[in-house]
Design a protein around this ligand. Structure first.
Ligand code: 0XW
Ligand code: MG
Length: 368
């Protein structure tokens, strides 16, 4: 199989409900869709959608600029030889991990279609189907947050992420206390400041909430700041944004800094990079989630496929943004939350999605 054309599409994802976090509210993100056309009957789909230009280094414009370099490089390569595709990409540019990750996802989709296997099967096989997910409680008042936590648990959600940061620490302490007070047995709670706390604030927050059952996710901006806070925290520490690569993940585990991860596929190399982190977490009994920043059915399907291959005891869930935009590309097979769980897309091999013709309009760029 050879890649003949790479098409790039842009699609705005209007918000269906408010979603704010310490760096900024999420406002109608623009997703980038990659269509990989080959000299066979198979087409592969990849996607990356930052939630905005503040919560992570990459944004729609930088990703599309990276694809201007990477797209031509892919022409003539065999997408089912994913290591060779990565060699071609890393031989083209040092950066661009987001665009490279989205291309990686499209290649796994094609490998599945070429071998008539689902992506989860190619990754070792699903240990769960459906897969647990977690739901975000945006930054709000204690009453709003506790009320949403109650409703979500009534809907079967068993993992809750409370957003924090970007306001008075007392307000975050009050919200966390209110939510922790309504979390039921068997439900996991974690408080994600998205890098919004200083070291001092992280320590103050944790010590003020001592005795409340939750994990703290990415409280401070950098790895070093989180490491500095760690010994003074009275809660397990999860790393997300600063866990930029396998080396950092390995270091954070071996040093005892990280008790788990919130992991985004397109920060670490797509399904290929996430597979390596999954395997390291398996080997060290370290829980991780399988997420991305935002996006539609394609990135959601990738998260659910690889999330299904993690034993439940080490799974922090596969997060999808569907509840906040309510959009599907594939109305039949697109991932959705039912009873706190997401089923593996069953539309066929690869990612299991059937993309309607022309569903993304005209390409904004085409290579090949
Ligand atoms: C909940 N997420 C995976 C989606 C949003 O982009 C924020 C992110 C996180 O946990 O940081
Ligand atoms: Mg996070």
């Amino acid at each position: 199989m050879k890649i003949t054309v790479v098409n790039v599409y842009a699609k705005t994802m209007p918000m269906a409900s408010a979603y704010n976090m310490s760096s900024a509210p999420v406002g109608d993100p623009s997703t980038t869709i990659i269509e990989i056309i080959t000299d066979s009957e198979h087409v592969g789909w990849g996607e990356i959608c930052p939630s905005g230009p503040l919560p992570q280094p990459e944004h729609a414009g930088s990703i599309r600029a990276d694809l201007e370099l990477l797209g031509p490089t892919l022409i003539g390569t065999d997408p089912t030889l994913i290591g060779e595709v990565w060699a071609a990409m890393t031989g083209t540019m040092d950066g661009g991990i987001g665009a490279k990750s989205a291309i990686d996802i499209g290649c796994w989709d094609l490998l599945g279609k070429a071998t008539n296997r689902r992506v989860c099967d190619l990754l070792g096989g699903p240990l769960m189907d459906p897969v647990p997910t977690y739901h975000v409680i945006p930054i709000g008042t204690p009453g709003e947050s506790a009320g949403l936590a109650e409703r979500l648990q009534d809907e079967g959600i068993t993992k809750l992420q409370l957003k924090a940061g970007g306001r008075r620490i007392e307000d975050d302490i009050a919200a966390a206390t209110a939510v922790a007070g309504v979390v039921r047995p068997g439900v996991d709670l974690f408080v994600d400041a998205n890098r919004g706390f200083t070291v001092e604030q992280a320590i103050q927050f944790s010590q003020a909430c001592t005795g409340l059952r939750f994990d703290m996710e990415q409280p401070c901006h950098t790895y070093d700041e989180c490491a500095a806070a760690k010994s003074s925290l009275t809660h397990p520490l999860l790393l997300d944004e600063c866990a930029k690569d396998l080396a950092t993940v390995a270091k954070s585990i071996s040093s005892g800094v990280a008790n788990g991860f919130g992991m985004k596929l397109t920060r670490v190399g797509g399904l290929s990079g996430m597979r390596a982190i999954r395997d390291l977490c398996l080997a060290t009994h370290t829980p991780t989630s399988f997420d991305d920043s935002w996006g539609g059915d394609i990135i959601a399907a990738a998260c659910v496929h690889i999330g299904s291959t993690m034993p439940a005891a080490l799974s922090r869930g596969a997060w999808i943004s569907h509840p906040y935009h309510q959009l599907h590309y594939d109305e039949v097979n697109g991932p959705r939350i039912e009873g706190g769980m997401v089923a593996i897309p069953a539309g066929g091999p690869g990612l299991g999605l059937v993309m309607p013709t022309g569903c993304f309009g005209d390409a904004i760029a085409s290579y090949g």
